[in-house]
Design a protein around this ligand. Structure first.
Ligand code: FAD
Ligand code: MLT
Ligand code: ZN
Length: 475
C-alpha cells in the first residue's frame, strides 16, 4: 500500500536479528511484541491510508528503558518509529518499512499535579481524556481538547503540536507546555521537565521537540499548565445562510462575547449530511448552508447567559443567523459538540479520504472548497469544509469510493499552490508526517528547510528516528 503508492525506498538501516530481539528482551522483558496479529493495528494508520511492515513493537515503561532502547538501536543502526495513540492524520506514527515501533502505551503514569499552579507532570503515554478527567476532578482543565481524546497520548499531542478545539481560548501547546523530558537518538536523556512559567535561560530547547513528530527525540514526560475549570459553559449551535454571514457572525461574536468566547467552529451542509448519514446524528436546527458552534466559558453563569442572549438577539435579528439552539447542560453540550467532533469519523466511513489541513486568510477560507467542488464535479463523492474558523484553520476533505491517482492529480499540487498564493500553511495543525513531507516547501523558504535538515543531522546523525517523515525526500 505505502511503498507502491508513494514510491519510497528503504534506507540502509540494519534488519532486526535474533540477537537484537534477545538484547531488546533484556531491556524490556516480556514487552517485546513480535506476534504478527498484534502488529497488524500498529502498522496501519487511523485513516487506513498507509501501512508499514514492522515486525517488532516495544512497550517501555520508563524513560530509562526508552534510553536503553535508543542507545541500542543507535549503536546497531536500527530505525525506530515512536508511536502514541496512532491517531495522527498524516501517516507519521506508523512505520514505513520495518522500523521498530516504540509505543508509549505503558508510560501512563501521572507524576504530579499542583493544585495551586495547575501544573500537571505526567508520562508521555497518558491518554488525553484520562488526563482531562483527572484534572477536572481537581477543578482544572487540560488546555487541549480534540476528537481523538479517547485514544491520543499527551506525548503524541506534543509531538504533533496538536491544535484542536480549545486553541482559540488557551493557545498553542508551545505556550502551555512548560517542560519536557526527551530521549535523544543516541539514548541521552534530556531533562527539561521544569514547571516554571518563566525561564529565559538561553534557547528554549523544548520548542524543538514540540511539533517535531518523533524525528528529533522521543518525548517521555510532559509538564503542562492547566487553567482553572470554567464554572459556566454554554454552547450555541447556529445555522448561517452563507459563508459571508459565518464571518460576520464571528466578528459580532468576538465583539459581543469578548473574553468568554472559548470556541468558534464551523461546518458546511455536506458535513452535516455525512454525520447524519453515517452516524445517525440529527441536525438540531433548520437545514442551512453553514453551521457554527460557539462555546463560551466563564465564571459567572448569569453574566455569560446575558451576554450570549444579547449576541443571539443581534445575529438572529440581523439575519446573519437563521436558526439556532442553545445548550447549558452537560449532556446537550456534548451532543452538540459531537456533531462537529465526529465529522472525521463520518468522513472515514464515507470512503477514501483526501485530507487537507490548511491555514488561510479568513476571507478566502471557504473559496477553496467551492472552487474544488466545481473543479472535481462528479469525480469526488463529497467535498467538505469544516474546521477551527476562529484560528483560521480550514479542514478541506474530499471523499471517493477508493483511492485514485487521477483524482489525487487533480487535487495536488492544485490545493498546495492555491494555499501558497494566499501565503497560507499546508499544515495548520496535523503536521507533515509521511504524507505531507514533500510539500512543506509551499509554506517555508529553502533556507528554513535547510536549517531543519541541519538540526536533524545534529540531533540524529544516523537518521534512525522516524525516517521518511517530516523532512522532504532528498533528491
Ligand atoms: P500518534 O498518532 O501515535 O503519533 C503522531 C506523531 O507523533 C508521529 O509522528 C509519532 O511518531 C509521533 N509521536 C507520538 N508519540 C511520540 C513521543 N512520545 N515522542 C516523540 N514522537 C512521538 N489534531 C489536531 O491538531 N487537532 C484536532 O482537532 C484533531 N482532531 C482529531 C480528531 C480525530 C477523530 C482524530 C483521529 C485525529 C485528530 N487529530 C487532531 C490528529 C492529531 O494529530 C492526533 O489525534 C494527536 O495529536 C496525535 O496523538 P497520538 O498519541 O495519537 O500520536
Ligand atoms: C478536526 O478538527 O476534526 C481534526 O483536526 C480532524 C480532522 O481534520 O478531520
Ligand atoms: Zn482540527
Amino acid at each position: 500500500l505505502t511503498r507502491e503508492r508513494y514510491s519510497v525506498r528503504r534506507l540502509p538501516f540494519s534488519v532486526v536479528s535474533e540477537d537484537d530481539l534477545a538484547a531488546l528482551e533484556r531491556i524490556v522483558p516480556g514487552r517485546v511484541i513480535t506476534d504478527p496479529e498484534e502488529l497488524e493495528a500498529p502498522n496501519v494508520d487511523w485513516l487506513r491510508t498507509v501501512r508499514g511492515s514492522s515486525k517488532v513493537l516495544l512497550r517501555p515503561r520508563t524513560s530509562q528503558e526508552v534510553a536503553h532502547i535508543l542507545r541500542y538501536c543507535h549503536e546497531r543502526n536500527l530505525a525506530v518509529s515512536p508511536q502514541g495513540g496512532n491517531t495522527g492524520m498524516v501517516g507519521g506514527s506508523t512505520p514505513v518499512f520495518d522500523e521498530i515501533i516504540v509505543s508509549t502505551a505503558l508510560m501512563n503514569q501521572i507524576v504530579s499535579f499542583h493544585n495551586v499552579s495547575g501544573v500537571l507532570v505526567c508520562q508521555a503515554g497518558c491518554v488525553l481524556e484520562e488526563l482531562s478527567r483527572y484534572v477536572e476532578e481537581r477543578g482544572f482543565v487540560v488546555p487541549l481538547d480534540l476528537g481523538a481524546k479517547g485514544s491520543c497520548h499527551i506525548g503524541g499531542n506534543v509531538a504533533t503540536n496538536a491544535g484542536g478545539l480549545r486553541f482559540l481560548r488557551y493557545g498553542s501547546l508551545r505556550g502551555t507546555v512548560l517542560g519536557l523530558e526527551v530521549v535523544l537518538a543516541n539514548g541521552t536523556i534530556l531533562n527539561c521537565l521544569t514547571s516554571l512559567r518563566k525561564d529565559n535561560t538561553g534557547y528554549d530547547l523544548k520548542q524543538l521537540f514540540i511539533g517535531s513528530e518523533g524525528t528529533l527525540g522521543v518525548i517521555t514526560a510532559v509538564s503542562i499548565l492547566c487553567p482553572p475549570k470554567p464554572s459556566a459553559v454554554n454552547v450555541a449551535f447556529l445555522g448561517c445562510p452563507g459563508f459571508a454571514e459565518v464571518l460576520q457572525t464571528f466578528c459580532t461574536c468576538r465583539g459581543m462575547l469578548g473574553e468568554i468566547l472559548s470556541a468558534f467552529e464551523f461546518m458546511d451542509a455536506e458535513c452535516m449530511k455525512l454525520v447524519g448519514l453515517h452516524l445517525h446524528l440529527a441536525c438540531p436546527v433548520q437545514e442551512s448552508p453553514f453551521y457554527v458552534l460557539i462555546e463560551t466559558s466563564g465564571s459567572g453563569a448569569g453574566h455569560d447567559a446575558e451576554k450570549l442572549s444579547g449576541f443571539l438577539e443581534q445575529v438572529l435579528g440581523s439575519g446573519l443567523v437563521t436558526d439556532g439552539t442553545l445548550a447549558t447542560d452537560q449532556r446537550r453540550i456534548k451532543m452538540l459538540w459531537a456533531l462537529r467532533e465526529r465529522i472525521t469519523e463520518a468522513l472515514s466511513r464515507d470512503g477514501y479520504v483526501y485530507k487537507y489541513d490548511l491555514s488561510l486568510p479568513l476571507d478566502r477560507l471557504y473559496d477553496l472548497v467551492s472552487d474544488l467542488r466545481a473543479r472535481l464535479g462528479l469525480h469526488a463523492k463529497h467535498v467538505v469544509g469544516y474546521g477551527h474558523l476562529g484560528d483560521g484553520n480550514l479542514h478541506l476533505n474530499v471523499t471517493a469510493e477508493a483511492f485514485s491517482p487521477s483524482l489525487l492529480g487533480t487535487l495536488e499540487p492544485y490545493v498546495y499552490e492555491w494555499t501558497a498564493r494566499q501565503r497560507g500553511s499546508v499544515s495548520a495543525e496535523h503536521g507533515l508526517g509521511f504524507k505531507k513531507k514533500d510539500v512543506l516547501g509551499y509554506s517555508k523558504p529553502p533556507e528554513a528547510l535547510q536549517l531543519m535538515q541541519q538540526l536533524k543531522a545534529l540531533l540524529d546523525p544516523k537518521g534512525i528516528l522516524n525516517p521518511y517523515k517530516t523532512l522532504p525526500t532528498r533528491t
